[in-house]
Ligand binder design. Structure first.
Ligand code: A3P
Length: 351
């Protein structure tokens, strides 16, 4: 079935659901195409047009587009309470405090890790945050949620600079950005999305996913676009204080990175405290803490029987276990073409 037919079928289903033939969970659910007989997706008038980004095999995502970015259709618990796009738009008007901190990253670059490290540094204690990092994510909390957070406030986001609160630039809010080599990001994102509960999970194989990833037809859009957009938008805000980090560097030199973050934030953390933070935020410890004490999201995020976790392997170079030689060559070719002259350089192996 071609894209045009799929889109027509999609809108037919929307029409059907709008007439209330299928209604559940307070949202309208409808069966998708015949190639995905067991697939369902959420339809809600508060989201506007939902795009079918699936490949020819019917594997992939339904996303909506906001300001040039593909985003997940959120679960009912997030969709409730007003027009969703208005809520997203409200982020740019959120009032910030001068000492707020923004963690900025494309998915799977180490957002959870950096968020926890930063929270510990800023609070001056080796105390794990009980709440999950999603509770401090701009695109899950919106203006009202952002403003309600008590200090010290460390937010996180996968959004480009242009969608952040305007006060980020006006108040010169400190931003810390973490990046990671795209092959490990691709593998990590594949595992994450494959383990997610329907209708947000990915049901294709890894080879298909690499194409989806390179084409940017997935939630939070294309990684090359993310990197390029940040670079361009930052050039227009040259006074914004941004610390750029790399996942690989943080993994190879955790103590040095923690000290760099402390210095950037203007903290007088002792060497011993930085060491304690680096240790407390090691992959092993964070994984254990996540299992034992983190509060869970009030939505079913992982599929039954999956290993669903934000703490999978925590390594550099796992991509070598996933890519065939041909896939690797194709990835390099497309990635290099997209990132030509962008100036980004990544580490693909631990040594
Ligand atoms: P892998 O899937 O390769 O293991 P994000 O937080 O942006 O979703 O990124 C998740 C990735 O960071 C996962 O990568 C996860 O295992 C890794 N990660 C999380 N905490 C980590 C830590 N303390 N040290 C190293 N890697 C960590």
């Amino acid at each position: 079935m071609g894209l045009v037919e799929r889109k027509q079928l999609y809108w037919f289903r929307v029409l059907v659901s709008e007439f209330g033939l299928v209604q559940r969970l307070g949202c309208r659910l409808f069966k998708m195409s015949s190639t995905q007989s067991d697939e369902q997706t959420v339809m809600n008038p508060n989201i506007g047009e939902v795009l079918d980004l699936r490949n020819a095999k019917g594997h992939g995502f339904y996303c909506y587009e906001y300001d040039g970015l593909y985003l997940f259709v959120p679960p009912p618990s997030v969709l409730k309470g007003g027009h969703h796009v208005d809520k997203l738009r409200s982020i740019s008007e959120a009032e910030l405090k001068d000492d707020d901190i923004m963690i900025c990253a494309y998915p799977k670059c180490g957002t959870h890790w950096l968020w926890e490290v930063t929270k510990m540094l800023i609070s001056g204690t080796i105390k794990y945050e009980k709440g999950v990092k999603e509770s401090r994510m701009l695109e899950w909390t919106f203006k009202d949620g952002i403003e309600a957070v008590p200090p010290p406030r460390v937010f996180n986001t996968h959004l480009p600079l242009r969608m952040l609160p305007k006060q980020v630039v006006e108040k010169k809010i400190k931003c810390i950005q973490i990046m990671r080599n795209p092959k490990d990001v691709c593998v990590s994102y594949f595992n994450h999305l494959r383990d997610r509960a329907k209708p947000w999970g990915y049901d294709g194989d890894f080879s298909e996913f690499t194409e989806t990833f390179l084409a940017g037809k997935l939630p939070d859009g294309s990684y090359p676009n993310y990197l390029r957009a940040w670079k361009v938008e930052l050039a227009a805000a040259p006074d914004l204080p941004v610390l750029h980090l790399f996942y690989e560097e943080m993994l190879l030199n955790p103590l040095r990175t923690v000290k760099d973050i402390a210095r950037f934030l203007g903290l007088s953390s002792t060497d011993q405290f930085c060491e304690d933070v680096a240790d407390a935020c090691s992959f092993k410890k964070m994984k254990k803490v996540d299992q034992e004490m983190k509060t869970k999201l009030d939505m079913k995020i992982w599929a039954d029987g999956s290993e669903g976790t934000f703490y999978r392997k925590g390594e550099i170079g796992d991509w070598k276990n996933w890519f065939t030689v041909a896939e690797n060559e194709r990835f390099d070719q497309i990635w290099n073409a997209k990132m030509k002259d962008s100036g980004f350089e990544f580490t693909y192996a631990p040594a």
